[in-house]
Ligand binder design. Structure first.
Ligand code: ADP
Length: 439
């Protein structure tokens, strides 16, 4: 039964948290960027500060200031000041423009009598008091925020945020790849490995469900297989009885038809039993150092040399294999090559692989009807025959190649099929050499 995912472990919850964090961080960085670029101070405080500074200056120097006092306060504040009254104009720095010039482009007001004016990119704080008393304080370069620095900082923050988002999403959806690999293995009929995802979210419970489903399917297949084997076994006795009873039927036509049918059933039963018996033999313990060339020569010797022609570049090649099973592989492929090519000669070539000298290839090539490209994968499935009606005349139950595939996998070998419909088919089996301590 599928476990219900707790909300706090769910992917949905993780995504919500992730997006909230992301939105908050993006807002903070956008706020930071704009507040600095607009010179408004990060949280809108700094525009009040110059008013306070100007008020402080007025308080210190009075409404009728003398220049000595102004100079002292300029030093104290480490800032430049321009003062304009109806009687005097005084500036600690000649480059500070006068009010008539500046007030042409005041860009915003900070209070009724205070302005910030930008001149050639430099802001000036202006405070007007009664009786035409004006103080202008330029923002010192040390107080200016460097816009390039802010942009670089924002780019870095966004890059970090985007990477954080990317790695978080990768972590959340990471197990999907494991899931799809696991499901692909199951669809190929491999029921031995569990999908291992140690998570409490939906993906964790999905992997648990897939593992459970895989185990159930595997059990079902096993019990169907054992039913098939039992039924096949049980069919042998009635078949023998039919064969015996058939001997007493005098009508030759009926007698031979029954004999043909019984023969066909016996073949099917023995193929089925052979296949499953072979699959269930403990493969590891029976493997041994075997000379593959000798083994193939032995198989080929059972066929007519006019039909099965052997060519070998190699005299000896040890492999780690179970002889009986490997013989079955070559028997099945050579039988097929003869069956599906109307008795045309079949060529067997043994050679070392060009990329890796430690791998031997056995090629079985026929000039038969060939196999369509999209059928090649299917011919290794149990009971699969390409064209059941056309191949009815050719005896077989589609079990041979499924057994071949299993044996090849057990031996860590490879099988490749190259075919051109109407021209012929080539099966190539590649097996690694036997190495004493590392078979
Ligand atoms: P079968 O008992 O039907 O021969 P196999 O598992 O050996 O079962 O082969 C499966 C199917 O693959 C065959 O029914 C046939 O359609 C196709 N096949 C196998 N070998 C060849 C070949 N050499 N040329 C053409 N078709 C082939």
């Amino acid at each position: 039964m599928q476990k219900k995912t707790k909300f706090r472990y769910s992917i949905f919850f993780k995504l919500i948290i992730l997006f909230i964090i992301f939105i908050v961080l993006v807002n903070i960085s956008i706020g930071f960027m704009f507040s600095h670029i607009l010179k408004k101070g990060p949280f809108g405080f700094s525009d009040r500060l110059p008013v306070l500074i100007n008020n402080y200056i007025v308080k210190q120097i009075g409404m009728h200031p003398d220049t000595v006092r102004i100079r002292d306060i300029t030093k104290e504040l480490e800032s430049n000041i321009r003062i304009e009254t109806p009687d005097m104009k005084w500036s600690s720095d000649e480059s500070i423009p006068d009010i008539n010039y500046l007030s042409k482009d005041a860009d915003f007001k900070t209070s009724e009598n205070s302005f910030i004016i930008r001149q050639k990119g430099r802001p000036y704080y202006i405070s007007k008091y009664k009786d035409g008393f004006i103080i202008i304080t330029p923002v010192m370069p040390r107080d200016l925020v460097n816009e390039t620095d802010v942009i670089i900082a924002v780019i870095i923050i966004f890059t970090l945020l985007a990477s954080l988002l990317y790695f978080s999403l990768r972590w959340i959806f990471g197990p999907i790849r494991k899931l799809s690999d696991g499901v692909a293995l199951i669809s190929e009929g491999n029921f031995n490995n569990n999908i291992d995802i140690d998570r409490k979210d939906e993906l964790g419970s999905l992997s648990d469900s897939i593992n459970e489903m895989k185990d159930n399917i595997s059990e079902m297949i096993k019990s169907k297989e054992s039913l098939l084997i039992d039924v096949s076994h049980e069919l042998r006795s009635p078949l023998t009885r039919i064969k015996l009873a058939n001997e007493f039927i005098e009508d030759k036509k009926i007698n031979s038809r029954i004999r043909e049918d019984v023969k066909e059933m016996e073949l099917m039963i023995s193929e089925l039993l052979d296949t499953y018996r072979m699959e269930n033999i403990n493969s590891v313990s029976n493997k041994e150092k075997t000379d593959l060339i000798k083994l193939v020569k032995g198989v080929v010797s059972k066929y007519d040399p006019q039909i099965v022609i052997l060519n070998s570049d190699v005299n000896e090649f040890p492999v780690f294999a179970e002889s009986r099973k490997m013989e079955t592989v070559f028997n099945n492929i050579i039988d097929n090559a003869i069956k599906y090519s109307d008795g045309k000669p079949v060529n067997i070539n043994i050679y070392r692989q060009s990329q890796d000298e430690n791998i031997i290839c056995v090629s079985i090539k026929d000039k038969g009807k060939g196999i369509d490209k999209n059928e090649i994968k299917k011919i290794f499935e149990p009971f699969y025959r390409i064209d059941k009606s056309r191949e009815k005349k050719i005896l077989g139950y589609g079990l041979g190649l499924s057994l071949v595939k299993k044996i090849i996998e057990e031996h860590k070998a490879q099988i490749e099929v190259k075919s051109t419909p109407g021209t012929g088919t080539e099966f190539i089996i590649s097996i690694p050499i036997f190495i004493q301590n590392n078979p």
